[in-house]
Design a protein around this ligand. Structure first.
Ligand code: G1P
Ligand code: ZN
Length: 559
């Protein structure tokens, strides 16, 4: 029998969850009681349901995951939790956590990840709480967790409880007067079973392996040394018949091999080069925790996430899951280009525009009004779970290709020919000094909300844009009527073009400015996005005075 110890502690400042959980440098989490305080606050925010509950625990394999899993086991045991489902060695992708919470109807789960941020002792770690619907906790819960961290005085722990997280199976402990069970689960099994229900695996398998009518469709899948490695091997190699040469970086590393595990043109440049130079029909990469995806076609033809969402929206009938559930509405985050809106309009489906962050999609899905959604930040997913899901997106694309017989590029060309094209780009200025960025946003908000800004003209080269609307985006959730204010500055012009500026809520130090530009063309659809959007980018730089405030001549990442 193990005993509960109550430890006195003091609050730490700044334990406020951002866009997606609490993210800080590993060294911040290593401070005495820092992690314990936050875990206890998560449990206290769930006070009513915690005794006798079941929780899912897992993370993306980055540095500190195992140690924090061990702390969570000891602290949940001391707080009356009845059972934990823990991924073997602490490994669970973010969508797999969501899948387990929903399948086993648990009170929620704790996800250990800083997503696409670099890992290792000098980099980032993160802790996120997901609710019983499998999705990231909504603002009112994360605010409550934060409030509790500012007042915490003690936490409970069973210091000498020893649980082996490398062995699949059930381990039971007697903690004072109650039983506490930890079930170590295969990290991939439930998720893979679910994907096999959602998609037509034999059909995707015959695409990849080829048939009498069609040569093998050669894929290159890059796990970027993140958590998806074991999932990719099981799904692509064992189930879909791809070879070991079709997958890369499938061993999760605690520092992602020193790389930045973010699937975009900059950080997944290796994959882009390999697909460009090799004989591949399709490339996909996923981020550290497996919720983001990048899709490219032959010759490294790049599919923007905004287009990816629109194409999938237009083709859901090829996926068995949607044949069963039907398709309710669509949604995108505000900065995401509006390509999917055109699909919604054509099919007469509801369309929602929410603030940045997956947590804003959950209520709509729970209410049965949303089937497919996405963010420009390489996030795509459906109501099969309550997280975005990188592997799901790749399998959805392969389903579309298997059904249409077209290449990735042809699918896109056909889509643009039918709907027109929303050119989109995002400029990121990473790790700038915080104060000048905050000042830039303050001044910009003042300027664009000043009477007289609407109707003003802004020119670059031979293009002139007239402002139609400018504000700081706010959103009222149609289901629970909760309001999220100040979600990004937007300037919308008469021709529908948009400039959006916001500060990142996922960084662990300094400020990251994100500048989003999008513009619609009905017929001129084959241009280069950077060329087509240049005038609007210049206007954005003029209006925001970004260079003056950040001191940056160029962004760190262009998407
Ligand atoms: C970023 C993305 C956002 C995404 C989040 C978590 O947040 O922009 O779309 O939901 O990561 O993956 P940001 O850093 O912009 O706050
Ligand atoms: Zn992620």
């Amino acid at each position: 029998m193990s005993g509960v110890v109550t430890v006195n502690t003091n609050p730490y400042e700044g334990q406020k969850p951002g866009t997606s959980g609490l993210r800080k440098k590993v060294k911040v989490f290593l401070q005495e009681n820092y992690t314990e305080n936050f875990i206890q606050s998560i449990l206290d925010a769930n006070k009513e349901g915690i005794v006798g509950s079941t929780l899912v625990v897992g993370g993306d394999g980055r540095y500190l995951v195992k140690e924090v899993v061990d702390k969570i086991i000891k602290i949940t045991a001391a707080n009356g939790v009845a059972k934990l489902l823990v991924g073997q060695n602490g490994i669970l992708s973010t969508p797999a956590v969501s899948c387990l919470i929903r399948k086993y109807k648990t009170l929620g789960g704790i996800v250990l990840t800083a997503s696409h941020n670099p890992g290792g002792i000098n980099n980032d770690f993160g802790i996120k709480f997901n609710c019983s619907n499998g999705g990231p906790a909504p603002d009112h819960t994360t605010n409550e967790i934060y409030e509790l961290t500012t007042k915490i005085e003690k936490y409970n722990i069973v210091p000498d409880l020893k649980c082996a997280i490398d062995k699949i199976g059930v381990q039971s402990f007697t903690v004072e007067d109650h039983q506490f069970t930890v079930e170590i689960v295969d990290s991939v099994q439930d998720y893979v079973d679910y994907m096999k229900e959602i998609f037509d695996f034999p059909k995707i398998r015959s695409l990849i392996q080829g048939s009498e009518q069609r040569k093998p469709f050669n894929v290159l899948i890059d796990s970027m040394s993140g958590v998806t490695g074991p999932y990719v091997k099981r799904i692509f190699v064992d189930e879909l018949g791809a070879s070991e040469n079709n997958v890369r970086r499938t061993v999760p590393l605690d520092d992602f091999g020193g790389a930045h595990p973010d699937p975009n043109l900059t950080y997944a440049a290796d994959l882009v080069a390999a697909v460009k130079n090799g004989d591949y029909d399709f490339g996909a990469a996923f981020d550290g925790d497996g919720d983001r995806n990048m899709i490219i076609g032959r010759g490294a033809f790049f599919v923007t996430p905004s287009d990816s969402l629109a194409v999938l929206a237009n083709n859901l009938q090829h996926i068995p899951y949607f044949q069963k559930t039907g398709v309710q509405g669509y949604a995108r985050s505000m900065p995401t280009a509006a390509a999917v809106d055109r699909v919604a309009e054509k099919s007469g489906k509801e369309m929602f525009e929410v603030p940045t962050g997956w947590k804003y999609f959950g209520n709509l899905m729970d209410a049965g009004r949303l089937s497919l959604c996405g963010e420009e930040s390489f996030g795509t997913g459906s109501d099969h779970v309550r997280e975005k899901d990188g592997l799901w997106a790749a399998l959805a694309w392969l389903s579309v290709i298997a059904a249409s017989g077209q290449s990735v590029e042809d699918v896109l060309r056909a889509h643009w020919a039918e709907f027109g094209r929303n050119y989109f780009t995002r400029y990121d200025y990473e790790e700038c000094a915080s104060d000048p960025c905050n000042e830039m946003m303050r001044v910009l908000e003042e300027n664009i909300t000043h009477p007289g800004f609407v109707g003003s003209s802004h020119s670059s080269g031979d293009k002139t844009y007239v402002v139609k609307l400018a504000d700081n985006f706010s959103y009222m959730d149609p289901i629970d009527r909760s309001v999220a204010m100040r979600q990004g500055l937007r300037i919308i012009f008469e021709d529908g073009s948009r400039i959006v500026l916001r500060l990142s809520g996922t960084g662990s130090s300094g400020a990251t400015v994100r500048l989003y530009i999008d513009s619609y063309e009905a017929t001129n659809v084959m241009g280069d996005a950077q060329v087509m959007l240049r005038p609007l980018i210049d206007v954005a730089l003029q209006i925001s005075q970004l260079k003056k405030y950040t001191g940056r001549d160029a962004p760190t990442v262009i998407t």
